[in-house]
Design a protein around this ligand. Sequence first.
Ligand code: CA
Length: 228
Amino acid sequence: MADNITVLVVEDEPAIVELVTYSLREAGWEIRSAETAGAAWDSISRGKPDLVLLDWMLPDQSGLRLLSRLRADRDFQDIPVIMLTAKSMEEDKIAGLNNGADDYVTKPFSPRELLARSRALLRRKSPHLAEAPLRAGTVTLDPNSCTVAVEGQQIEIGNAEYKLLKYLMAHRERVFSRAQLLDKVWGDHAVIEERTVDVHVLRLRKALKSADGLIRTVRSVGYMLSEK
Ligand code: CA
């Protein structure tokens, strides 16, 4: 999926917002949140998100009512919506789907499941957002399946190494300092040391096997991905 995907999380429980934000940032998506149906409507009116994750129970009105409002609006009726619900009752799920939800996830949900369902829904409803695979030398990175292949063979790669590789492949032939990579790959709130970058680069090179030469060390500056 493209990096510029925006997801709106409509949920009044901070812990759930945090979990969802954490889960979906893995995909490099931008996350906005709203605590009430009213705030969600304002947010959607200011800028249409690519996906809405909608809690059933909100302080001002039910998520279901917001959903109906979206589906009745010419500009917003096509926004993919996943209902987040603590309700496991079959009739509630059916009510959600009947009112235009594309999918639902029952709390408590796993971050992995939420991300997988979000990706699947975006692929189904917004195929134009799917991102082309990145290629460098013998390495192919498929952002849709989050897999990496070297000479056509899929390799084992850790999550941090995957994100690092994706960033470097998207910005090849450019040198980044450790601090820049921390900021770009791990985010502003990362509480890891710059030395950690070295550890992940080491692991990434190991994972890339014969293609390890793509990741260059630029002395006293940092790292870059270069095909030259
Ligand atoms: Ca709630």
